[in-house]
Design a protein around this ligand. Structure first.
Ligand SMILES: *[C@@H]1O[C@H](CO)[C@@H](O)[C@H](O)[C@H]1NC(C)=O
Length: 187
């Protein structure tokens, strides 16, 4: 019994020492202690989405009165990954969109409309608080095709947001406000 424990420890130690352990000792890892997040973001954005910013085909729609969206986004342009913590407060109706989900990043400047580039899982909860957290990595799929029949997310790189954050917005679509319940420019 004693022998086998020693053997197991020895085997384990051998295995561990064979594996590179960068940063194990003495290296400062920003964010490690506070968020337990071992991943690196090349940029982060905090977006408040409101009804008054929603634009439909004919201009401002007013969105869904009383609803607010908070989009915390962390991008890694090296791995084409986007992490999200999306919270909807006061969202009502059903999620409704022709895309795969009804919670998106679209490409368009303030006051304009444009295609979805990323479809996030819809926040889950109730009217008081609904939330969606995770990370997705390209190639992205929105379920909407461009004129060539290619998904509007397929070629999208998150580095495009970093290059021009004012050219993108986050939103969520409701059956009570199909063009959008809330919308906020990334910058
Ligand atoms: C997600 O965002 C909400 C609202 O901003 C916040 O209360 C919550 O702590 C965040 N969750 C994580 C895991 O960061």
């Amino acid at each position: 019994m004693r022998f086998s424990i020693v053997a197991a420890v020895a085997a384990c130690a051998t295995t561990v020492s064979a594996v590179p352990t960068p940063g194990w000792k003495g290296e400062h890892r920003p964010g490690w202690k506070t968020s337990a997040n071992p991943f690196t973001f090349t940029s982060t954005y905090s977006v408040k989405a409101t009804p008054d910013q929603v634009i439909g085909p004919d201009g401002p729609t007013g969105g869904l009165a009383g609803a607010t969206g908070y989009y915390e986004l962390g991008l890694n342009s090296d791995t084409n990954t986007i992490c999200y913590n999306i919270t909807l407060i006061g969202f009502r109706g059903d999620y409704q969109s022709a895309a795969l989900t009804a919670t998106h990043i679209h490409e368009a400047a303030k006051g304009a409309t444009g295609p979805p580039r990323i479809a996030f899982p819809n926040p889950v909860g109730d009217e008081k608080y609904a939330n969606s957290i995770g990370c997705i990595k390209g190639p992205f799929a929105t379920g909407i095709d461009n004129a060539d029949g290619v998904d509007t997310g397929a070629a999208f790189q998150v580095s495009q947001i970093e290059a021009n954050p004012a050219g993108f917005f986050a939103d969520a679509h409701s059956s009570l406000a199909v063009p959008g319940a809330v919308r906020g420019q990334i910058a």
